[in-house]
Design a protein around this ligand. Structure first.
Ligand SMILES: Cc1cc2nc3c(=O)[nH]c(=O)nc-3n(C[C@H](O)[C@H](O)[C@H](O)COP(=O)(O)OP(=O)(O)OC[C@H]3O[C@@H](n4cnc5c(N)ncnc54)[C@H](O)[C@@H]3O)c2cc1C
Length: 471
């Protein structure tokens, strides 16, 4: 006989597991089908958590490399990296967090059904694998996430031509690596491996690094990467890549049409991620798909009553959807509350923070200067550099700035773009400012503690009104 639940969630990533916890909190009998050996999905197992753990290692290594300046005595030994210990620490963090989700499932009375789910229609699912069974669900939430996507003509062999899934487990520090794509994943791995001692080259098809960010942020990152010795080629198209023994040979077309060859130990393909729907029975039960993504409306209802979808696997009304852990979680909470009968409002995607944990970090929210002009605003901008900030000097992290994009007419903050130390933390204030439709004046009147990095946000607000104090 089929097991019956109020809600069955397919996939225990940051979308699915958060949706399940919220549904259970609201009194719904909830089960999650997850085929991996651990809960947490891409974010906890292959994404946010292991990469940021490696970045913290890279940061610690940077401090040790600057030991003389910091007055740390190493007894004459040159610092070097114990990669086995780096991975052991990273893996321990991942295990602690995935076990933490298991604990939360137990605490909230959520059943984890181990296996692969397939939609059968009529609010039923089949589970195959460790625990074969049929399930009946009042409501189904599809949260099957995403996986690395390749580039036509480049065969990912997962040995030398790799994705982020392999890059987080490389047991040695490669001598050289070419990274294809300069989105968040590409520049984060670029920062990690460069700091570890790898010769990194980034190839980007578009005219600048981190192309979704404000142009000034891209320019600052490019300046910093040049200084750090990270090579990059923008406006450049990789035309072929092949493995020759332990080397990858790459051909690329430069902006003027000239070709250039590259050789590296590894080619990391970081060109984006595609939806996971294979074997799910999505089309068979009538879900509308768009380029493989499950099409949902602004409250995450699919074309089939009783089935919602959230996270990396969706497109909201066929528009580009940010593939971010915090977005999937927010969507999961919204759907759980809707299914429990609570009043919910659509998410404003203009208020989603984007964080890129390269070195220097990037945190941004809202409109870039160019987008604000495109939308017809009478734009004014204020920028404040970290180089003059006491706290940044203490941390020896003086690159970057806070840039505020505002509307002159109503003084409304339209976007905040931060590159520099703790940018991914500082952006939280900016997200709240946008959510509350804050004016620049209100940011100016907000007292920022001294000495903190957050003073740069306050000073950038002053600068927007032409009155920064410390520059
Ligand atoms: C290297 C890297 C770094 C990243 N860093 C960040 C970051 O710093 N911040 C950030 O916000 N985002 C980051 N992301 C993106 C983030 O990880 C994803 O946006 C997020 O994990 C999406 O969550 P999800 O729940 O939609 O899907 P996923 O996390 O992909 O989870 C889907 C789950 O569904 C399971 N599943 C799929 N099909 C089935 C089935 N039929 N039956 C049973 N189970 C199934 C899968 O096993 C998986 O566990 C990063 C991604 C990568 C790759």
């Amino acid at each position: 006989m089929a097991q019956a639940y109020d809600v069955v969630v397919v996939g225990a990533g940051t979308g699915g597991y958060v949706a399940a916890i919220r549904a259970a909190q609201l009194g719904l009998k909830t089960a999650v089908v997850e085929r991996q050996k651990a809960l947490g999905g891409t974010c906890l197992i292959w994404g946010c958590i292991p990469t940021k753990a490696l970045l913290e290692h890279a940061h610690a290594y940077k401090i040790v490399q600057q030991s003389k300046e910091w007055g740390i005595v190493l007894g004459g030994a040159a610092p070097s990296l114990d990669v086995t210990q780096v991975h052991a620490r990273k893996d321990k963090i991942v295990t602690t967090l995935t076990k933490g989700v298991e604990y939360l499932f137990k605490k909230n009375g959520i059943t984890w059904i181990k296996g692969t789910a397939r939609l059968l229609g009529n609010r039923k699912l089949a589970v195959t694998g460790e625990q074969e069974q049929q399930l009946e669900a009042g409501e189904i939430i599809v949260a099957t996430g995403s996986q690395p996507r390749g580039v036509p003509g480049i065969e990912i062999d997962r040995r030398r031509i790799i994705t982020s899934d392999e890059a987080i487990h490389l047991k040695d520090v490669p001598k050289s690596m070419v990274i294809l794509g300069s989105g968040a994943v590409g520049v984060e791995f670029g920062s990690i491996f460069n700091r570890f001692g790898t010769k990194v080259t980034i190839i980007e098809l578009l005219p600048r690094l981190v192309p979704v960010e404000d142009e000034a942020v891209s320019a600052e990152l490019q300046k910093s990467f040049r200084k750090q010795g990270i090579a990059f080629h923008t406006g450049t198209k990789v035309t072929s890549a092949r493995v020759n023994g332990d080397v990858v040979e790459i051909e690329a077309e430069l902006p003027g049409g000239k070709t250039q060859s590259f050789q590296a130990d590894y080619l990391l393909v970081a060109t984006g991620r595609g939806p996971v729907t294979a074997g799910l029975g999505a089309e068979e039960v009538g879900l509308t798909l768009d380029r493989g993504y499950v099409v949902v409306d602004e409250l995450y209802r699919t074309s089939v009553p009783g089935i919602s979808a959230i996270g990396d696997v969706i497109t909201v009304n066929r528009t580009l959807h940010p593939q971010l852990a915090h977005v999937s979680s927010a969507e999961g909470i919204l759907v759980a509350e809707r299914l429990a009968g609570e009043e919910v409002r659509p998410i404003n995607y203009d208020h989603v923070p984007g964080c890129t944990y390269c070195d220097p970090e990037i945190g941004s929210v809202g409109l870039t200067e160019a987008r604000a002009r495109e939308r017809g605003y009478d734009v004014r901008v204020g920028t404040f550099p970290f180089s003059v900030l006491g706290r940044a000097r203490m941390a020896n992290e003086t690159e970057g700035f806070v840039k505020i994009v505002a509307d002159t007419k109503y003084d409304e903050v339209l976007g905040v773009h931060i590159i520099g130390p703790r940018a991914t933390e500082l952006v939280a204030e900016a997200v709240l400012a946008l959510r509350l439709e804050c004016t620049v004046e209100e940011l100016i009147r907000t007292i920022h503690a001294h000495p903190t990095m957050s003073e740069a946000v306050g000073e950038a607000a002053h600068a927007t009104h032409g009155a920064a104090i410390h520059v």
